[in-house]
Design a protein around this ligand. Structure first.
Ligand code: NAP
Length: 347
């Protein structure tokens, strides 16, 4: 998971503070479908996809699963490893620890000095692998440059992979086997779609970005021959000539480019669902901290064209944390010999 994985973690409190009333109704499958909430009051504008509210709903489901495990004397445990003093990483790790506490997951944070040798970090991973109280291990990325991130990620037992980024779990995903840990951000995007009634099945999904963290696992997840997936997916990247030619064909457009305004209004098909994964810090002297987060989509213009749109913050970011909790709960359930709780992507 990168330092941006939870992107707007630092803004979660802002989102809560500014929150308007949310309205939810259950659908036939028991999920709460989000009621339409328009991004602007006048004209035809996109409905906002409230990631903060949907993530809260998933956290409530996780809390139920954790309570059932605790009744059996099992406390799901997440071990986060933070190396160095990157303020953003500190903020992300504390957001994850807070979210874990709230659902009853016991979070431990190992905060190591920036100069920690790789061998020492690997030895810690070995100890956590062997610790029965730890069900998932989360090294907060980026790690300092002298440490090989891949070596650390691969040292974690696949069964304790918090992020779903271990090659074993990525391989399972590729096979269409969703029993392992599923990468958090792609899984969160899928849940956002399903829980707003935007089943990707039969739709053309265009993904901008091909990272192992977001773009590629998302494309694999959504092309699975399974309910809640079954989409036709196009992946775009910097080698794609005429990006707009592709994005304009998207019924569902997911943008994970890491550049503000990668997507402008004329690049979006009217009525499309637009999911903005990007989290970019831009200067904002009007804020006390001097910056604010924006996505990769020109939100103000695109919301006049799209049918649905995620805000930044308050869209994908909270979902990434929620799906991390899901992975931890499911890891603990496996150890307890219970079938993993279903967060099945049932449309
Ligand atoms: P990454 O590893 O830098 O990958 C970015 C991808 O976007 C690359 O594949 C790149 O293409 C492509 N790209 C960049 N500019 C483009 C353009 N103008 N046109 C077409 N493709 C373009 O980033 P990442 O880790 O996937 O993250 C992407 C963004 O999502 C970042 O802002 C990150 O902070 C954010 N993020 C947010 C969350 C969350 O929870 N909210 C989680 C994860 C990531 P090439 O491969 O050709 O270079």
């Amino acid at each position: 998971m990168t330092g941006d994985d939870v992107g707007d973690a630092a803004d979660l409190d802002d989102v809560d503070a500014e929150r308007e009333l949310r309205f939810h109704r259950p659908n036939a499958t028991g999920f709460a479908l989000q009621e339409p909430r328009h991004a602007t009051l006048g004209g035809v504008t996109a409905q906002l996809i409230d990631g903060a509210a949907i993530a809260a709903e998933i956290r409530r489901q996780v809390a139920g699963g954790v309570a059932r495990l605790r009744e059996r004397g099992i406390v799901p445990g997440l071990a986060a490893i933070l190396v160095g003093d990157n303020p953003a990483s500190i903020s992300y790790v504390s957001a994850k620890a807070r979210a874990s506490d709230e659902v009853g997951i016991r979070a431990r944070t190992y905060h190591l000095p920036a100069e920690t040798p790789q061998e020492e970090l690997l030895a810690l991973v070995d100890r956590l692998n062997a610790d029965p109280e730890v069900h998932t291990i989360l090294p907060q990325l980026p790690l300092p440059p002298h440490i090989d991130e891949r070596a650390v990620l691969e040292r974690i037992l696949p069964a304790k992979d918090a992020d779903g980024l271990h090659p074993w779990n990525l391989g399972k995903l590729l096979r269409g086997d969703l029993d392992g840990a599923i990468p958090c951000t792609p899984h969160g995007v899928q849940q956002l779609l399903l829980r707003t009634g935007n089943d990707p099945g039969g739709k053309h999904v265009v993904v901008v970005g091909r990272s192992t963290l977001v773009g590629r696992p998302l494309a694999v997840l959504l092309t699975n021959k399974a309910p809640g997936a079954n989409a036709t997916v196009t992946i775009c990247h910097t080698g794609t000539p005429d990006l707009g030619l592709h994005t304009r064909q998207a019924d569902i457009l997911v943008v994970a480019a890491g550049r503000p305004r990668t997507i402008t209004a004329e690049m979006v098909k009217p009525g499309a669902v637009v999911i903005d994964v990007g989290t970019n810090r831009v200067d904002d002297p009007s804020r006390k901290r001097g910056w604010r987060l924006v996505g990769d989509v020109d939100f103000e213009a695109v919301r006049e064209v799209a049918g649905w749109i995620t805000p930044v913050p308050g869209g994908v970011g909270p979902m990434t944390i929620a799906m991390l909790l899901v992975n931890t709960l499911r890891a603990a359930e496996r150890v307890a010999g219970l079938p993993p709780s279903s967060f099945a992507p049932t449309p």
